[in-house]
Design a protein around this ligand. Structure first.
Ligand code: GDP
Ligand code: MN
Length: 407
């Protein structure tokens, strides 16, 4: 789960990390007020869950309160397109208004989990302000990496190593305090990422976290209720949210084949075989261990709502839920939702034969495959066929129009 910058800064401040004074605003007039309260100049920052906001026009400085209001007016409701969002962009709904800082140098500091060493690892560089990917490409020698043993924590000699690497000998004590606080926050809040880019050295010589990014490990949210509550629902895809509230796991992709499966591993395999058969998945929906008529109906509803989806693939392994129960669930579900696209079904596992019999007798005609390979081929071909038919119709329509015009 990703936190907004203002949320991350709130948490970091509670650990004693210095952050700029600021407030979140929802209206241009708010921004005007806050700029008066804080004192000028102020920085207005789009609170959207993506990086690279500065370059995309989502971070702006205002020298007067009127200017703050004007910038806010322009930014609220605007679509911000950054390197990470793709052309779809994200809508700006909140702005963080902060007292602008007098920056001397911009540093990069982050802690991530390194999967090869299975340890939190500090990554830092003197070259902050630009993306760490760019630094790694152009100045790999300017990046330090310090793995931390979670059993003993961030040790004084490692903190010293970091201070030298970032030329912070003048800020000796302050830097040490901030680095330990950052590690403590990372550890105690179950972060998968904590990034300050930049961590600034101010003209006054003090350090200040100008930007903050915090990702929380989803698997730890059950014990971080305070953080779960911070989730900003407006930042999520509405279909994915609806699925989540129904207890389903739904992920949108870019192709045209809708997939309903049970289990994450089977979902991955399904994606692979569809691709091997020349198809492109439009999504995958994991109904989990509970393939009840209700969850299946919800699955059909969410998947077929998307006009991109031209064919559907149901790939179920009957283990805890037996295949006959799943088959009955599918038939029950189709009484409440109308499905107009071809549906390929592959069932395997417990009570497979009974399941197949039930499906064969169903009022809706399914494409029943004997194994995974056949199923993938079937669904890829069906999707391709409906695309071809649609394209054919479109060209036919165009030609009709042409003829009419000529007449
Ligand atoms: P990002 O582009 O999404 O990473 O947003 P940041 O919060 O990192 O802001 C982008 C850049 O704006 C920073 O690297 C700074 O150069 C600049 N910036 C942000 N806040 C201030 C500030 O208070 N004072 C000054 N001088 N520059 C700032
Ligand atoms: Mn940044």
């Amino acid at each position: 789960m990703k936190l907004h910058e203002y949320q991350a800064k709130e948490i970091l401040a509670s650990y004693g990390v210095p952050v700029p004074e600021g407030r979140v605003t929802h209206f241009p007039y708010d921004a005007w007020m806050v700029s008066m309260e804080l004192g000028l100049p102020v920085v207005l920052k789009a609170q959207v869950l993506t990086g690279g906001r500065g370059k995309a026009g989502g971070v702006k400085i205002a020298r007067t309160s009127d200017e703050a209001r004007e910038i806010a007016q322009e930014l609220f409701g605007k679509k911000l397109v950054t390197k990470q969002t793709g052309p779809k962009g994200v809508i700006i709904r909140k702005l963080l208004v902060e007292k602008a800082a007098d920056i001397d140098r911009e540093l990069y500091f982050s802690i991530v989990i390194d999967r090869t060493t299975s340890r939190p690892t500090v990554i830092a560089s003197k070259r902050g302000g630009m993306s760490i990917e760019e630094v790694a490409e152009q100045y790999p020698e300017d990046i330090v990496k310090i793995p931390i043993d979670p059993a003993v924590g961030f040790l004084p000699y490692q903190i010293r190593q970091l201070k030298y690497a970032l030329d912070l000998t003048e800020q000796e004590k302050e830097a040490a305090k901030i680095f330990s606080a950052l590690y403590k926050a990372f550890y105690e809040k179950d972060c998968s990422l904590l990034e300050l880019n930049p961590l600034a050295v101010l003209k006054s010589g003090h350090l200040l976290a100008i930007d903050a990014k915090m990702d929380i490990d989803d698997n730890a949210l059950y014990r971080r209720k305070d953080i779960s509550k911070m989730r900003d629902l407006t930042e999520y895809d509405p279909d994915e949210l609806e699925a989540r509230f129904a207890g389903l796991n739904f992920i949108k992709l870019h192709g045209n084949i809708g997939c309903m499966v049970n289990g994450a591993g089977l979902a991955m395999t399904t994606m692979d075989v569809i691709k091997l058969a020349g198809g492109e998945p439009a999504n995958f929906l994991d109904v989990g261990g509970e393939a009840t008529p209700e969850t299946i109906a919800k699955g059909f509803e969410i998947i077929t709502r998307d006009p991109k989806v031209k064919a559907m693939f149901i790939n179920i392994f009957g283990g805890i839920v037996r295949c006959d129960k799943v088959a009955n669930g599918i038939i029950q579900a189709l009484k409440t939702v109308e499905v107009k696209i071809p549906v390929v079904i592959r069932l395997t596992g417990m009570n497979r034969e009974e399941g197949m019999e039930i499906l064969k007798k169903a009022p809706m005609k399914f494409f029943i495959a004997k194994d995974l390979r056949e199923a993938a081929k079937m669904v890829a071909d069906l999707a391709k066929k409906s695309v071809d038919i649609e394209n054919g119709k479109k060209t036919a329509k165009k030609e009709n129009k042409k003829e009419e015009k000529e007449k």
